[in-house]
Design a protein around this ligand. Structure first.
Ligand code: OGA
Ligand code: MN
Length: 288
């Protein structure tokens, strides 16, 4: 007997993303549904599930369905030691205990970035589940990096052939990338092609971001800065962006190889609490 629920995908915007209807994430997905959703993620880049009432173990099971969670990677997460999920589910929140944030990325605006571009095997996806959201702001913007690449002039596309970028994570959220000429041994960093080929769907995606991409290797500093500034005009083009306005119970999973994301500002006196898990990734090859 086939009791597979009918899954419907509804576009979220002209740019990217679909809402998934007909799936209750509290139940184990089953192989067929997991495959449908994994393919939908490769095709649409952002999946939104609304009105989900999920435990931490439900969230981890979902990460498993997409290829398994990476271990928590952010040193700033502080979760109760007796919480069995503390290793794999982090909090993105401005809640503070004794004046210190209990999670990561607590406050305000966040510039566009790919999660994991500063490690050698960038995460395939990030899963964010909204528990409490501010009344105003704190929206997450998602940008379609296939489209950003397609939109480049032929001349720019040609300039990117074979180029490799240095990406640095230095805990900033809006101040732009770290100084590429510093001693890199103290900061997490990795080099990836400026244009990557998505491992699952084969499409070319621009792989630079204003928050994390510090330099194009092999170019004089000024030339690198100039070219990156030119590329960032394409990566922040409104027409390639979907703006997600969170509701409690929203679960969003996004593909970090084909998209970047950012966050809008929100009032410091309003609580924002989301649970975050990541799906492990792999090395990215150049598309051009
Ligand atoms: C993240 C992130 C955005 C947000 O968790 O990696 O960028 O809206 N979050 O909090
Ligand atoms: Mn992020």
């Amino acid at each position: 007997m086939n009791r597979q629920p009918k899954i419907t995908l509804r576009p979220l915007s002209a740019a990217l993303g679909v809402e998934v209807l007909g799936v209750d994430l509290r139940a184990s997905l089953g192989r067929a549904t997991a495959e449908v959703l994994s393919a939908a993620l490769d095709e649409h880049t952002i999946l939104l599930f609304r009105d989900q009432d999920l435990s931490e173990s439900d969230q981890l099971r979902l990460a498993d369905a997409f290829g398994g969670p990476s271990l928590r990677s952010r040193p700033v997460h502080k979760r109760a030691e007796d919480n069995p999920y503390a290793e794999k589910i982090g909090l993105v929140t401005n809640i503070r205990k004794d004046g210190k944030p209990i999670g990561s990325l607590p406050d305000g605006e966040l510039w566009f970035h790919h999660d994991g571009s500063f490690i050698d095997l960038p995460y395939r996806a990030t899963i964010l589940y909204a528990v409490e959201v501010p009344e105003i702001g704190g929206h997450t913007l998602f940008a379609n990096m296939y489209q950003a690449y397609d939109d480049l002039s032929d001349d720019l596309k040609q300039q990117l052939g074979g180029l490799i970028c240095l990406n640095i994570f230095d805990h900033q959220t809006t101040a732009g990338p770290a100084d590429p000429d510093q001693d890199l041994s103290a900061v997490r960093h990795a080099r990836h092609p400026a244009v990557v080929r998505h491992p699952n769907n084969g499409r070319a995606a621009l792989y630079v971001s204003p928050l994390l991409t510090a330099r194009i290797e092999g170019l004089p500093r000024q030339e690198s800065d100039r070219l990156l500034a030119e590329l960032f005009k394409y990566t922040s083009n409104e027409k390639i962006i979907y703006e997600h306005v969170w509701r409690p119970g929203d679960l969003v999973i996004w593909d970090n190889w084909g998209s970047t994301h950012a966050r809008t500002d929100f009032p410091a006196d309003q609580t924002r609490l989301l649970r975050r898990s990541i799906v492990k990734g792999q090395a990215l090859e150049a598309a051009v």
